[in-house]
Design a protein around this ligand. Sequence first.
Ligand code: NZQ
Ligand code: ZN
Length: 393
Amino acid sequence: MENFVQYTPTEVIFGRETENQTGEEVKKWGGSRVLLIYGGGSVIRSGLLERVKMSLESEGIACEELGGVHPNPRLSFAEKGVKKAIACRADFILAVGGGSVIDTAKAIAHGAANPEAKLWDIWTGKVPLMKSMPVGVVLTIAAAGSEMSDSAVLTNEELGKKAGINTPFNRVKFAIMNPELTFTLPRYQLACGITDIMMHTMERYFIPGINCELTDEIAEGLLRTVMRNGMKAMKNQKDYDAMAEIMWCSSLSHNDLTSCGRGKDFSVHKFGHALSAKYDVAHGASLSAVWGSWARFQYDAAPDRFARFAEQVLEISSKGKSQMEVALQGIEKTEEYFHNLGMPVSLTELGVHSSDEDIHALSMDATMGNTIKLSRLKPLSATQVYEIYKMAI
Ligand code: NZQ
Ligand code: ZN
């Protein structure tokens, strides 16, 4: 087991009608003037925004709002939010929505607490982040896990680059999670969310040569749970118990519980971010479209891990088969699962038809101009990343 630090300070308030506790929570964490961030309007249509505002009002908390966050959120919108947070002297940023809204709220908090710095300089580490503002979340989609993660992701539309920042300041103060709020999700977004939750766990699982019994068992249990309940929820989106399991899986898949002692890889996310930056595709779909190709390229570097995944998560029997055969069957069955969700398992299915030049550019983007090598299995420079994208066509 590798040395690790486990720091998950977010207070979770889980269950029916918990959004009515938003005001109380903001007050508890010291907020008196809130800047409330939301997306393209789903929270208006569902009535959630009104309920949250009433809850703030009942605690005497002043509230300004900024709606319009785009999925794959933009740097320029976050910069607008920073100006607004400063202008209204907000002391608390509240995200009501999914990963895009939460990440925008985190960015606004960092920018407003450091008005002398350019937000992108903070994002790229040019200016070290030493302080931020408190952020709270009312979650509407189980997917990105941003409600408990130390990460936030923005797209710099001028540079055509999607990038994340990892810092303890990204851990939000509280996350209100009412599974009923996810009942209105478009099926495609539900499927993208299930895929992303799986990927957050798998990106921590396929790391060779480390013995971590408890972390492995937790990861495998999480994967079985999200896959089983994912199918239930796809059949009946108002299945509270299934949605509750998925929502809890979402948070635990990305709060680092399943990297304790093992660490993380996250190379498939780099492939996905390059695709989303260029083609504005949904995050979950960008991952399922390349995962199978990534896995076929990588599995002979850790056939034992892939075979264990096949047996423990997908219940594939190893009787009479070689380890490599079992490993490969696991990859095929995972792709079959993505297909059953309606997720793409190739670039063509993703709707991306790239020229050779485009794929070369994607490979350079994913590897920061071939300056870094991805993955803790076989190291992937731009040449191997190019090969994997080609396999994914
Ligand atoms: O904008 P609205 O109108 O709210 O609609 C959203 C959006 O169109 C809709 N939606 C969300 N909840 C809904 C709903 N529609 C109806 N009913 C509801 N209850 O769903 C669409 C997608 O929303 P988004 O917030 O983009 O989804 P998600 O949570 O999947 O977030 C994706 C973003 O998070 C980043 C991704 O890269 C992407 O930019 N990630 C953030 C991470 C983190 N901070 O830790 C980790 C992830 O790996 C990921 O990279
Ligand atoms: Zn993700």
